[in-house]
Ligand binder design. Structure first.
Ligand code: ZN
Length: 148
């Protein structure tokens, strides 16, 4: 029975590992029950349509709220054309709408998830566990971080 999870991505992991098999960060373990404040959510898993990806986004935000997560990494992928690019665009439009409505407090796009960016630095100060995040300073166009 598993009873620990990764402090970076929030996935439950086996004891004794040095790196998280889900997010590949060095493991800083937290006990399950003391839920990790961050979780990685892959919206492009299963090659969804834009509508499916947006419905999944809504469900995951609801679930994250129930689990009392504070910050989420959404993997939406990218592309100049095709579904990946449209999902990225539509997810970010949806997030801006939710922020406008006061349902989420902050959005940091992958391009700004950097120690060279003011918003990136601010996020890392608020959530130091994100320094272990595999995408910090990578300019990853395919992710967006959300503060609940
Ligand atoms: Zn992890």
């Amino acid at each position: 029975m598993r009873d620990i999870c990764c402090g970076v991505c929030g996935n439950e992991v086996e004891p004794g590992l040095r790196r998280c098999p889900f997010c590949e960060s060095e493991l800083e373990l937290v006990a399950v029950g003391q839920i990790a404040l961050h979780k990685i959510i892959n919206l492009k898993q299963g090659m969804p349509t834009v509508e499916q990806a947006l419905a999944r986004l809504d469900r995951e935000l609801e679930q994250a709220r129930l689990e009392q997560r504070r910050v989420l990494t959404l993997i939406h992928g990218y592309g100049s054309s095709g579904a990946g690019g449209i999902i990225r665009q539509e997810v970010r439009i949806r997030l801006q709408y939710l922020q406008h409505r006061g349902r989420i407090s902050d959005i940091v796009i992958g391009e700004d998830f950097s120690t060279r960016s003011g918003v990136g630095l601010n996020l890392l100060r608020r959530f130091p566990v994100l320094r272990q995040h595999g995408d910090v300073n990578r300019g990853n166009l395919g992710i967006t971080l959300v503060v609940l």
